[in-house]
Design a protein around this ligand. Structure first.
Ligand SMILES: Cc1cc2nc3c(=O)[nH]c(=O)nc-3n(C[C@H](O)[C@H](O)[C@H](O)COP(=O)(O)OP(=O)(O)OC[C@H]3O[C@@H](n4cnc5c(N)ncnc54)[C@H](O)[C@@H]3O)c2cc1C
Length: 229
C-alpha cells in the first residue's frame, strides 16, 4: 500500500507490526518505517475495533498488516487523563471515554469479550447498581425515581414505535418527537428533565433533539442486549 508523503505529514501513521502484538506490552509504539510500501491488510484506526482486528490476525499467524491511526496514541474512544491531585500530590486518573463493561453475558450465551479481557488483566472494578439511585433538587434529597420508571415505560413504547418505523419503512424522526409521541413530555417539569438527562443524554452523549428515533433504538438494543447479563 502506497502512502503519499503529503498524507504522512497530516496523518500520524502508526505502523504497528505484528511484533507489537507478540510483545503484548504497553511500551510506547515504535515506528519501524516512515513509509509503508506494501501491506496485505490495512486496518483503519487503532481503537478497540482496529486493535481487536490486528490481534485476531496475529493470532491466526497473519502478520502482513498495518494499522493507520490519526492520533499519536492507540485506544480511540477508550482514553484517560490526569485530573486534580490526590492528598499525596499525585494526580487522579479519570476516563474520558468508555468506563463500563455493559452486559457481561449470561451462559450459555457468549461472554462479553471486554469482560474476558478485564478478568484476564485483573482490572479493578465496581458493580454499578442502577436500581440504587438517590435524587436531589435544590432543597436537598427528594425522591423522584418514579419519574425514571415513567420514562422507562415511555421508552418501551418508543422502542416498539422504532420497530414500526423499520418494518413499515416509515420516515425517521428525532428522538424528541418519538419520546413525545410515546407520552414522555418533560418540558414543564425540571425533575422530569433531570430524569431524562440521566436516562437519555448521559447514555447517548446527545440530547434527544439531536438524535434519531430509529438509531436511538438500534443503539439501545445493540448496547444493552448483545451481552445482556
Ligand atoms: C464518553 C464516552 C463514554 C463511553 N462509555 C462506554 C462504556 O462505558 N462502555 C462501553 O462499552 N462503551 C462506551 N463508549 C463507547 C466505546 O468507547 C466505543 O464504542 C469504542 O471505543 C469504539 O471503538 P472503535 O474502535 O469502534 O472506534 P474508536 O475508538 O472511535 O476508534 C477509531 C479510531 O480511528 C481513528 N481514525 C478515525 N478516522 C481516521 C482516519 N481518517 N485516519 C486515521 N485514523 C482515523 C481515530 O482516531 C480512532 O483512534 C463510550 C464512548 C464515549 C465517547
Amino acid at each position: 500500500m502506497q502512502i503519499p508523503k503529503f498524507a504522512f505529514h497530516k496523518l500520524l501513521v502508526l505502523l504497528v507490526s505484528s511484533q507489537y502484538f507478540r510483545q503484548a506490552s504497553t511500551a510506547p509504539l515504535q515506528l519501524p518505517n516512515k513509509v509503508c510500501q506494501k501491506a496485505g491488510v490495512a486496518i483503519l484506526g487503532a481503537g478497540v475495533a482496529g486493535i481487536t482486528t490486528a490481534q485476531a490476525l496475529s493470532n491466526a499467524s497473519l502478520t502482513d498488516f498495518v494499522i493507520l491511526e490519526y492520533l499519536p496514541r492507540v485506544g480511540g474512544r477508550v482514553a484517560h487523563t490526569d485530573f486534580g491531585r490526590k492528598p499525596d500530590g499525585s494526580p487522579y486518573l479519570v476516563e474520558l471515554g468508555a468506563n463500563w463493561v455493559q452486559g457481561l453475558g449470561t451462559p450459555p450465551g457468549p461472554e462479553n469479550p471486554i469482560w474476558t479481557l478485564a478478568k484476564k488483566y485483573q482490572l479493578a472494578n465496581t458493580y454499578s447498581d442502577y436500581d440504587s439511585i438517590e435524587t436531589f433538587n435544590e432543597t436537598g434529597a427528594v425522591d423522584f425515581t418514579g419519574l425514571l420508571d415513567e420514562y422507562e415505560d415511555a421508552f418501551t413504547t418508543f422502542g416498539q414505535d422504532a420497530g414500526y418505523i423499520l418494518t413499515d419503512n416509515l420516515q425517521d424522526r428525532t428522538a424528541r418527537s418519538g419520546l413525545s409521541l410515546a407520552g414522555w413530555k418533560p418540558e414543564k417539569d425540571p425533575a422530569a428533565q433531570a430524569a431524562e438527562w440521566w436516562s437519555y443524554d448521559f447514555e447517548y452523549a446527545n440530547p434527544p433533539e439531536q438524535a434519531s428515533h430509529e438509531f436511538t433504538a438500534i443503539n439501545y438494543v445493540g448496547e444493552d442486549f448483545q451481552y445482556a447479563a
